[in-house]
Design a protein around this ligand. Structure first.
Ligand code: GLY
Ligand code: MN
Ligand code: MN
Length: 439
């Protein structure tokens, strides 16, 4: 891709986003839009990063996010004004001058004092002001009109060609990290060093990852959002589950791999989940209700549990009695883009709720798939002591091969996660393509 291809893509992207904004403003009866485009917090040292940080309040307008608060004011039909805050700061490095493919598309006004912003912002007419209320400028308190937000959020699921290009790049940035993490695991490294290998290979620091890496050796894989990194290596390296992404121009990737050490029972389980995961990825097709895919995932994983002699029960009964939820207690996946768990997974264009299936409280996406959407597909089978002890107290316990469960407990679990682009035809697996390009 040449720089001029990039500019062309970005221009087309911005024109799509502007058209969406015009529609949203018209729906809400507003004359213009003012949007806080988000910023990267300067973190106080030693404050732990928030898990799954995704604090950008960006409503899909621009797609390049320098480390500066940005304010954009958009009047339909005009070049957007962008107020770019470059403080005179000697405690931290201030944001550098605006650069990137997006710069020429904005009327940029650089300020060094937030109070100066006001003179660049819209006067007169009805303004939809999007943003977080605690970051408000005097006289510009966000009103976050629901009708505007609902429309923009809903359409944000449909990625432009520019966004897809950036998301592919975010995959290509993460994959070397996954390969380095696997090598560190195979060399017997502790979690902290596996994590360090990941960071070095992706060129990220902890603070600019799209979410805190989840790096689990052995039974730690049974903690879905395991938040620590042990400094010492365990006596044995049975398995590594690593859930880690990367960021490119504000777009996140979210990838999970589970590597085994060749132990036959656990390796068989990883390979069986991988097969089901790939079959599910292939079903990311226009017109498919994501809720149905989630339920199909339960049935497929139930079949794995039965085939591998872990639970002796028909998969449909495992699903209806909650047995599969003991082993797979999270959702199949979620929309992704500017945020790891992107907005509007549960609503239609007017903000009406599309409910989750009963008994599936952690599913993060209930919409019907359509071309342009990118979702994660992340099935898993885990051996989680607290959920297993609850299962043990139910009538279904008699169908469980507890000896086999005991044998697999020290491995924690398996999750495989890819990002998949729904197209007009066959799905595009952004993650597998990035792995294939490197091997
Ligand atoms: N990394 C968090 C998730 O997969 O949703
Ligand atoms: Mn995910
Ligand atoms: Mn993940």
């Amino acid at each position: 891709m040449t720089p001029s291809d990039n500019v062309t893509l970005y221009r087309a992207h911005l024109s799509t986003i502007k058209a969406r904004i015009d529609q949203a403003l018209e729906k809400g009866g507003f004359d213009h839009l003012l949007s806080g485009l988000g910023h990267r917090e300067i973190r106080i040292p030693r404050r732990p990063p928030l898990p799954l940080q995704a604090q950008r309040p960006v409503q899909g307008l621009a797609a390049a996010y320098p480390a500066s608060p940005l304010l954009d004011s958009l009047y339909p039909g005009r070049k957007p004004v962008l107020v770019y805050y470059q403080p005179d700061d000697y405690w931290h490095v201030p944001p550098s001058a605006p650069e990137g493919v997006w710069v020429d598309e904005f009327d940029i006004r650089v300020i060094s004092d937030p109070a100066e912003a006001v003179k660049h912002l819209p006067t007169g007419g009805k303004t939809a002001i999007l943003g977080e209320t605690d970051a408000a400028l005097p006289g510009f308190l966000p009103n976050n009109p629901k009708v505007v937000l609902d429309y923009l959020h809903f359409h944000r699921a449909f990625k432009t060609a520019y966004e897809l290009d950036r998301m592919r790049a975010a995959q290509r940035r993460a994959v070397p990290g996954h390969l380095a993490a696997r090598a560190a695991f195979q060399a017997g490294a502790p979690e902290m060093q596996v994590h360090a290998a990941y960071l070095a290979a992706t060129g990220h620091t902890d603070f600019d990852l799209p979410y805190t890496n989840i790096v689990c050796l052995n039974q730690h894989a049974a903690v879905l959002h395991y938040q620590y990194k042990d400094v010492a290596a365990p006596p044995q390296h049975r398995t590594l589950l690593i859930d880690a992404g990367a960021e490119v121009d504000g777009y996140a990737s979210d990838i999970t791999r589970t590597w085994d050490n060749g132990d036959s029972d656990f390796a068989t389980l990883v390979s069986a989940v991988d097969d089901e995961q790939q079959a599910l990825c292939d079903k990311v097709r226009a017109g498919t209700d994501y809720r149905d895919l989630h339920l199909e995932c339960h049935l497929r994983l139930g079949n794995v549990l039965r085939t591998l002699g872990i639970v002796d029960m028909e998969p449909g009964e495992m699903l209806s009695s909650g047995v599969t939820s003991t082993f797979f207690p999270h959702g199949l996946g979620h929309p992704i883009g500017l945020q790891v768990h992107d907005v509007a997974g549960f609503s239609d264009e007017d903000g009406n709720l599309i409910p989750r299936p009963n008994g599936h409280p952690y599913l993060r996406m209930t919409r019907t798939l359509a071309p342009g959407m990118v979702v994660t597909i992340e099935p898993g089978i885990y051996f989680i002591p607290t959920l297993l002890s609850k299962l043990k107290a139910t009538p279904q316990a008699k169908a469980v091969n507890w000896a086999q469960v005991e044998k697999l407990l020290p491995y924690g679990g398996v999750r495989i996660e890819d990002e998949v682009h729904c197209t007009d035809a066959a799905p595009e697996n952004l993650t597998r393509d990035a792995f294939a390009a490197l091997s």
